[in-house]
Design a protein around this ligand. Structure first.
Ligand SMILES: Nc1ncnc2c1ncn2[C@@H]1O[C@H](COP(=O)(O)OP(=O)(O)OP(=O)(O)O)[C@@H](O)[C@H]1O
Ligand SMILES: [Mg+2]
Length: 180
């Protein structure tokens, strides 16, 4: 999970982030790197551990909606909830390491700092997500395309301690600070 750090240098990092922002779908790696630096200093951050099962997406959405409302970020709810749904579904479907029926946990973390919302989904698999390039008629392989369309940047990282990975998505919020 991303930790909460000191706020030193955060304003400069956020400013640099806004300059680097290249629009949805473009320059993802550069933008994600810049946004990841900002989220390290999250002012507002909350996590939930979920059983990796069919109820996880619904529970994740409820948790996320509550946090966005508390933080005055309802205007971003549609985009954030879609991303959370896709990442949690992927973690449950593709990120499991134990056999079916064995309890496994995933962790969702929502963060806010200097006009950036961060969504982090940690699962136990060391396999990084790779967007699929299927035919236009394909019915699946769409989730990460939706994440890329709605997020300003996304990326994934193996946990340094060898335990699993995190998939991260970021949205900018070029407006006034949240209500809390
Ligand atoms: N958390 C994850 N862990 C491991 N692999 C993943 C993870 N998320 C995605 N992937 C891999 O990336 C691929 C693309 O994911 P994506 O969400 O775009 O499609 P999908 O889950 O296969 O289908 P859909 O989301 O349309 O139901 C997956 O098929 C899977 O191989
Ligand atoms: Mg998917």
């Amino acid at each position: 999970m991303i930790g909460r750090g000191s706020s030193a240098g955060t304003a400069a990092a956020a400013e640099s982030l806004m300059f680097r922002r290249m629009g949805r779908g473009a320059g993802m790696n550069t933008a994600a790197l810049a946004m990841e630096a900002v989220i390290e200093h999250a002012e507002l951050q909350s996590s939930i551990s979920l059983s990796s099962d069919d109820l996880a997406p619904r529970r994740a959405r409820a948790f996320t909606r509550t946090k966005l409302t508390e933080w005055g970020l309802d205007a971003l709810a549609d985009r954030v909830l879609l991303i959370v749904s896709e990442l949690v579904t992927n973690a449950c479907r593709h990120g499991r390491t134990k056999s079916e029926g064995v309890l496994e946990e995933i962790t969702l973390t929502i963060s806010y700092q200097n006009a950036v919302v961060g969504i982090e989904l940690e699962d136990n698999s060391r396999q990084l997500p790779v967007p699929r390039k299927g035919p236009i008629s394909a019915l699946d392989g769409r989730g990460l395309c939706l994440v890329a369309a709605e997020a300003d940047a996304w990326t994934s990282r193996l946990n340094p301690d060898g335990t699993g990975k995190r998939v991260l998505a970021f949205l900018s919020w070029p407006s006034t600070p949240p209500a809390v």
